[in-house]
Design a protein around this ligand. Structure first.
Ligand code: FAD
Length: 101
């Protein structure tokens, strides 16, 4: 039997939750997250505190670094890349590398 392949586009709160849930439901599924930023799984609502200086480092907002998803949950994370086009019939996607500072 072929394992399911699941691509999640976007890796902040919703994307990482969806990917984790999919993996919990089907541990054999090949789950991948594509994220156009260099980080995933951060608390976006904390950003005003970073801007204001109450939170000194943006890194503090990161709940789980990208490598943890691979090591702990066997979920691949592709960062700095955006999904440009999806073909639902052929079940393919085109990605583009983004330069994110
Ligand atoms: C200032 C602020 C205050 C907030 N306050 C609250 C609050 O009080 N309570 C609350 O519940 N929520 C709050 N939120 C919202 C909360 O942070 C969001 O619910 C959460 O960020 C939503 O995450 P998300 O994953 O749905 O979407 P997003 O945060 O929008 O993440 C989607 C990610 O996908 C990426 N992406 C989009 N398209 C592509 C593509 N084609 N290819 C690859 N990557 C792509 C985006 O760049 C982004 O990184 C706040 C957010 C902000 C910014």
């Amino acid at each position: 039997m072929t394992n399911k392949k699941i691509l999640v586009i976007g890796g902040v709160a919703a994307g990482t939750s969806a990917a984790s849930k999919a993996k919990r439901i089907d541990p054999d599924a090949d789950v991948k997250i594509i994220q156009d930023e260099k980080v995933v799984s951060y608390g976006a609502c904390g950003m005003p505190y970073v801007i204001e200086g109450i939170v000194k480092d943006f890194q503090e907002l990161i709940e789980r670094p990208a490598d943890v998803f691979k090591k702990k949950y066997q979920i691949d994370v592709i960062t700095n890349s955006s999904a440009q086009k999806i073909d639902r019939v052929k079940r393919k996607y085109m990605q583009m590398i983004c330069k994110v500072e």
